[in-house]
Design a protein around this ligand. Structure first.
Ligand SMILES: C[S@@+](CC[C@H](N)C(=O)[O-])C[C@H]1O[C@@H](n2cnc3c(N)ncnc32)[C@H](O)[C@@H]1O
Length: 248
């Protein structure tokens, strides 16, 4: 089994990935970021939506949202979040390598480092191609992730994150001359320790920009914060946005 297919990873470490602070931050981004200022009623595809941290606020802001994820348990949590907020979203269990709905969306988002998971670089490119095919002409794709540049500023230093009744220790190993990395996570609670690891491609801004172009996007721009700040030495994330051309 590939690591991203292992529900145990997502549920075991859900306290680190899916925190209330992250839910609040995502809602704030959707409410105020110029990158998310889509026209009301936009058709939005949330690739790898997880528990709906972006799906739910996007729906609350009046957009017609479809969330796609591999794991039914996470989609159930996304559905519960939408129900609690009194909004509707279409939630689909699918692999992002396969999910394509030609010309069906005005916006595709792929948030919080949900990109680069596949061992074959071509599969990662395929996720961008699928987004391109799924967008209507004039539509935009937004991918938000940790880039090679931002990751390099802290990779190599093990991190400890407190969770309820324990802690998670995270260690990173750089692989294949900085093409990929492995993160080893150990959750320690009392006398028990659980271990899991994941291996991901880590792309630089220039590499991801080139992949957007290869997938057919134009007007490709990079940002360094989710509120649209520049991709410079102060960047905390990499956000790449590209447009699907309108017929000339
Ligand atoms: C880091 S989480 C981010 C979730 C969400 N975008 C957020 O901001 O909280 C990555 C998500 O990708 C999903 N995922 C992993 N591999 C996938 C695949 N091949 N197809 C669809 N979803 C996938 C996982 O189930 C998980 O929900």
């Amino acid at each position: 089994m590939n690591w991203y297919e292992d529900m145990h990873l997502w549920s075991g470490f859900s306290e680190v990935l899916f925190t209330p602070e992250r839910a609040r931050a995502a809602a704030e981004v959707v409410a105020s970021s110029p990158l998310f200022a889509f026209p009301p009623g936009s058709r939005v595809l949330d690739q790898c939506c997880g528990v709906g941290f972006f799906t739910e606020p996007l729906a609350r802001h009046g957009h017609r949202v479809t969330g796609v994820d591999l794991h039914p348990e996470l989609l159930e949590r996304a559905a519960a979040a939408c129900a609690a907020a009194g909004v509707k979203a279409t939630l689909v269990r699918a692999d992002v390598r396969e999910h394509v709905a030609p010309d069906a969306y005005d916006v595709v988002v792929n948030m919080y480092t949900s990109f680069g998971y596949f061992d074959d670089h071509e599969d990662n490119l395929r996720v961008l191609r699928n987004a391109h095919r799924s967008l209507a002409p004039g539509g935009h794709l937004i991918v938000d992730l940790l880039s090679k540049e931002t990751y390099a500023s802290w990779a190599g230093t093990p991190k400890v994150v407190d969770v309820r009744g324990g802690m998670v220790v995270m260690r990173d190993t750089i692989l294949d001359d900085w093409a990929r990395y492995r993160t080893d996570w150990t959750l320690v609670r009392g006398d028990r320790a659980e271990h899991t690891s994941l291996t991901c491609y880590v792309y630089s801004a220039a590499e991801l920009r080139a992949m957007f172009v290869q997938a057919g996007f134009e007007d490709v721009e990079c940002f360094g914060t989710l509120d649209g700040g520049p991709y410079d030495a102060g960047a905390t994330r990499l956000i790449v946005r590209g447009a699907k051309a309108r017929p000339r």
